[in-house]
Every structure is written in structure tokens, then in C-alpha cells.
Design a protein around this ligand. Structure first.
Ligand code: MG
Length: 409
């Protein structure tokens, strides 16, 4: 696992970099904790966050409710049979995002390498920051104190020399826990396969049928066998069994899709006008992708008809892109292929399956793209008059979070 950095020109002059130190920070029963903070009368009570409809499920449960067996993703009806006295509160995602922002801002002080995994969970790569934060336990306490100062809530922290170990460690002591993996081999021996994220239910069952339940039980198996059984996930398991997880911490927040849309001042069935508006929308999406250093691999055209029906058409883009011209052309192609007549009251373009943009992609040509964006706006105005853009209301962009997979444990 040791990684070596070449220093100077001499091939013999290698210096071992300090071993990795990864922190995993997981807020405790996050949605429920925010509700109890905002409504102090709920503190200490069994509390379930979620809807009350016939198909509603539990989004989060306070530890007091968990004591009754209530769990995330359980049907609400079942939760209330287990714990009839539980208070139920609706999900207030905007509020959770606000608190999440406070948490992530606090974590950013610890390292430039913070990777947010969900609204209440992040990895921090502290490898290069040891002198700043001291020994792992001290760093973990500092993180917990900073989170508490930032938002008033508790979190659980795991510290370990590898990413997957830090995540398992943070789950070992909840709520308000701190687990530092000092004895790597000893810790590895305690890990059950079901604790390892990325080892699915099916894989667990197949391995359990062979009597393999612990991570270290995989060691005697040849990596090629695991790979044959479980594909690339199997090859990963073989490495994890020895504590080897080279997955880097990537400093980004999980933006899953990004879109711009426009509600028209007057409904229109004019295909030319719609195509012209796509020029503007497509370049705006492209610019925001480049601002965030992202590129998208799928594109969605969204239309809303006068009677409020929403139509979407999506296509894969092959190579990820944040190129305005390509986005506009693809969106226009989807519009041209769509047979519905409208009239339409809203048009939008979204890019999905986002990934970090390739090095150098974007910035270099940004000045040119700004010009293209200005040209796009000019073209719409020239052809369709000021009103086409100016009097159209910009709806708030649908920015990602709805699509975040949240696991509130
Ligand atoms: Mg959590």
C-alpha cells in the first residue's frame, strides 16, 4: 500500500509518502436531528420523517424511534405500527440542504480534498494535513467539534488508512462516535462482508453459501476467481480483503444533473422560436457545467404543454461533454424528432450522468464560448424580438439534489 513519490532526477532517490489518512463523516439521523433542532419540543422523542400517503416510506428516524425497530425506507404504515407514539414530520429537503452546506463548509477547513457523498456524508483526505491536525484521534475530535459549532448537530467519524475502512469505522460507533483504526490487521479481521459497501446482497449470499462471511475469509481465494464470479467488483473485494483500497477522495459535491429551463410569457407552438431558445439554454447549461468542472453524458429535453403535461426526451451523448454547440445541436435534434404540436409553455435542457470534465476541457475556450452565448441571445432577439427572452420568466434551475441517493443511517 505504500506509495512512492519520485524526488529529484535520481531514480534511486525515492521518498515514501506518509500513509493515507481518510476520515468519513456521517451526520447522526440527519433529517430527524434537523427537525428536532428546529422544533425543540420533539427532542428526545421518537420521531419519523416522511410522508403519510399510502405509499410513503420512512426517510429518517430518530434514535428513539429506531429503538422500536423503525428504519429508513420502511413503509410508513409499518413504522407507525411499530411505534404508534412517534411524531411524524414531512421531509424538508431545502432545510436539510441548508444545514448540509454549513457542515460541508466546516469540513472544507480540514483539507482541500473533501468529497461529499450525500447530503449528510463526506470523506476527507487528511493524508497531507497531519502536521496541521495532529494525531488521528485529535483530528477526529476537531472535526466533530467543528461540525457541532457549524450547525449544532452531532456526527460520527471514522478515521482509517483507506476509504472503505473509514466508512465502516464511522458506522461502528453511532451516534456521536469516533472510531480510529490503528491496528489495521485487527480491524480487518472484524469486518463482515455485509458491512462493505459495494458487496451486494447477491454476492453476500453466494459467498455465505461457501461459508465466507468475513472480509478476510476472501483472502485464500484467487483474485481471478472472485473476478470471474463478481466482475470488477470481485477484483475489488480481493484487494479490500488485504485493506487495499486505492480509491481517491475526489473534491467535489455530488451534482448528478444540471439543467436550465424557461417558462414562456406566452405559450407557443413555433418550432423555430423553440429551437432558438435552445441555443440560449444549451449554452447556459454548458457554461455552468464548465464552472463546476463537469461534463455530462446524457441530455434531456423537457417541454411542458399548455395543459401542464410534461414531455421529456433523452439521449446518450457518448463522450461526456460541456460543449455548448454540441448540447444545442443535440437538444435541437430531440426537438425536431418530437412530433407533439404543443403549444408549449416551458422548455428546458438538462445534462445528466455528470462526471468531472477531462483536464483542460472547457476553460481554454471559455472566452470563445461566452461570445457564442452572447451571439445566441442576440440571434433570438433579432429573429423573435426582445420579448422572446426578456419577458420570459427564468424558473429556478432544477439543480441535482432531488436525484441524490440518500442513505440516512
Ligand atoms: Mg447519516
Amino acid at each position: 500500500m505504500a506509495r512512492f513519490k519520485k524526488k529529484g532526477n535520481s531514480a534511486t532517490n525515492f521518498t515514501a509518502t506518509p500513509s493515507r489518512l481518510i476520515a468519513h463523516v456521517d451526520m447522526d439521523a440527519f433529517y430527524a436531528a434537523v427537525e428536532a433542532m428546529d422544533q425543540p419540543e420533539l427532542a428526545g422523542l421518537p420521531l419519523v420523517v416522511g410522508g403519510l400517503g399510502p405509499r410513503s416510506v420512512v426517510s429518517a428516524a430518530s434514535y428513539e424511534a429506531r429503538a422500536f425497530g423503525v428504519r429508513s425506507a420502511m413503509p410508513m404504515g409499518q413504522a407507525l405500527r411499530l411505534c404508534p407514539t412517534a411524531a411524524v414530520r414531512p421531509v424538508r429537503m431545502a432545510r436539510y440542504r441548508q444545514v448540509s452546506g454549513q457542515v460541508m463548509d466546516a469540513l472544507a477547513a480540514f483539507s482541500p480534498l473533501v468529497e461529499q457523498i450525500s447530503v449528510d456524508e463526506a470523506f476527507i483526505d487528511l493524508s497531507g494535513c497531519r502536521r496541521l491536525w495532529g494525531p488521528p484521534r485529535q483530528a477526529g475530535l476537531a472535526i466533530k467539534a467543528a461540525v457541532s459549532r457549524a450547525c449544532g448537530l452531532s456526527c460520527s467519524v471514522g478515521l482509517a488508512p483507506a476509504r472503505f475502512l473509514a466508512k465502516i469505522a464511522s458506522e461502528r460507533d453511532k451516534p456521536d462516535g469516533l472510531t480510529v483504526v490503528e491496528d489495521l490487521e485487527g480491524f480487518l479481521r472484524t469486518i463482515q462482508l455485509r458491512e462493505v459497501s459495494g458487496v451486494g446482497k447477491k454476492a453476500q449470499e453466494r459467498l455465505a453459501a461457501l461459508g465466507l462471511k468475513r472480509l478476510v475469509d476472501l483472502r485464500p481465494l484467487r483474485p481471478e476467481l472472485l473476478e470471474r464470479l463478481f466482475g470488477s467488483g470481485g477484483a475489488r473485494m480481493a484487494r479490500l480483503a488485504w485493506g487495499d483500497d486505492p480509491t481517491p477522495i475526489e473534491p467535489r459535491r455530488p451534482v448528478k444533473s444540471l439543467s436550465h429551463e424557461l417558462t414562456l410569457d406566452r405559450d407557443t407552438a413555433d418550432r423555430e422560436l423553440l429551437a432558438a431558445l435552445l441555443l440560449d439554454l444549451g449554452h447556459k447549461v454548458a457554461r455552468r457545467l464548465r464552472d463546476k468542472g463537469l461534463a455530462g453524458q446524457s441530455l434531456t429535453l423537457k417541454l411542458k404543454t399548455s395543459d401542464m403535461a410534461i414531455v421529456t426526451r433523452s439521449t446518450a451523448l457518448g463522450a461526456p461533454t460541456n460543449d455548448g454547440g454540441r448540447i444545442v445541436a443535440t437538444a435541437r435534434g430531440l426537438l425536431a424528432a418530437y412530433q407533439g404540436r404543443g403549444p408549449f409553455r416551458l422548455i428546458g435542457v438538462g445534462l445528466g450522468r455528470l462526471a468531472p470534465a477531462g483536464a483542460g476541457q472547457g476553460e481554454l475556450f471559455d472566452a470563445g464560448r461566452q461570445k457564442a452565448l452572447a451571439r445566441a441571445e442576440d440571434e433570438v432577439r433579432r429573429r423573435f424580438g426582445e420579448r422572446a427572452i426578456q419577458r420570459a420568466a427564468q424558473t429556478p434551475s432544477l439543480d441535482h439534489d432531488e436525484k441524490l441517493v440518500h442513505n440516512d443511517e
